[in-house]
Design a protein around this ligand. Structure first.
Ligand SMILES: NC(=O)c1ccc[n+]([C@@H]2O[C@H](COP(=O)([O-])OP(=O)(O)OC[C@H]3O[C@@H](n4cnc5c(N)ncnc54)[C@H](O)[C@@H]3O)[C@@H](O)[C@H]2O)c1
Length: 250
């Protein structure tokens, strides 16, 4: 119940499949949560997940104004101190190497990689008592996936960003770790195949590709994020951990 008691946590991508579950599970463990995502209209619903424990702010993490808005709001809501940054936001691109445009490359790298760098950089000064940063990469950041080369490059970049941040932030007692999920049953994979006539077959094939022959569930990823955010993982930093039902193990 109290694994994050009185911790002040920023959760990005809070209106998404994993983000909503993260808001619920972090608040249930006693955290005060600054939840953020793109849509201003999500406020009532997200704050309603745990009334009193969650404040929602809409912001685009791909632009510096959005990043400053998140950090300013967090500082004012939390009274200046931030303990946890859960970089959960992300977008996916399913496009072949030969067809991906410079604009698509820039978008995926801005949202999935650059934003994590600069949001973290701006949050760190408020982590004056130490802290934990949890980045959400992907199995696509570890192994090659068909038509996901640009996404994989961004998520793979996040793996090295995590290790570099862990090294450079150790003197501030800030731990930095990354999670690499397999396919998790959220709007992301479902939107990804939405326009395909064979979408049900693709979803089944994706499930079968995991050693456990099913998709992951959002709480199965968030459970690890919660552990990494909490003091229970006090000897972990620079770790890259899969939650992938065995996908990358064979
Ligand atoms: N679902 C999967 O199969 C899967 C697999 C591996 C990794 N991941 C990663 O898990 C994380 C959570 O994804 P999810 O499964 O909940 O997907 P999701 O699409 O439900 O949620 C992602 C959220 O990120 C937000 N977002 C996107 N661009 C943004 C921007 N510019 N500024 C602010 N917010 C923005 C979206 O609005 C959305 O609410 C992502 O980083 C994703 O890449 C997901």
């Amino acid at each position: 119940m109290n694994r994050l008691k009185d911790k002040c946590a920023i959760i990005t991508g809070a209106a998404g499949g994993q983000g909503r579950v993260a808001c619920r599970m972090f608040a249930a463990e006693g955290a005060r949560v600054l939840a953020t995502d793109l849509e201003a209209g999500a406020r009532r619903e997200i704050e309603g997940i745990a009334p009193g424990a969650i404040t929602y702010v809409d912001a685009d993490v791909a632009v510096m104004d959005g990043i400053e808005k998140i950090v300013d709001t967090a500082r004012s809501v939390f009274g200046g101190r931030i303990d946890i940054l859960y970089n959960n936001h992300g977008v996916i691109l399913g496009k072949s190497f030969m067809e991906t445009t410079p604009e698509e490359w820039d978008r995926i790298h801005n949202v999935d990689l650059r934003s994590v760098y600069f949001l973290s950089q701006r949050v760190v000064p408020a982590m004056s008592g130490g802290g934990s940063i949890v980045n959400v990469s992907s199995i696509g950041g570890l192994v090659a996936l068909e038509n996901m080369t640009a996404y994989g490059a961004a998520k793979g970049g996040l793996v090295m960003l995590t290790r570099g941040m862990a090294l450079e932030l150790r003197a501030r007692a800030i731990r930095v770790n990354a999670i690499c999920p397999g396919v998790i049953d959220t709007p992301m994979p479902r939107n990804f195949v939405r326009d395909r006539p064979d979408r049900d077959a693709i979803m089944r094939a994706m499930a079968e590709r995991h050693m456990m022959r099913r998709l992951g569930r959002p709480h199965e990823v968030v459970a690890l994020a919660l552990f990494l955010a909490s003091d229970e993982s006090s000897f972990m930093t620079g770790s890259i951990i899969t939650v992938d039902g065995g996908w990358t193990a064979f």
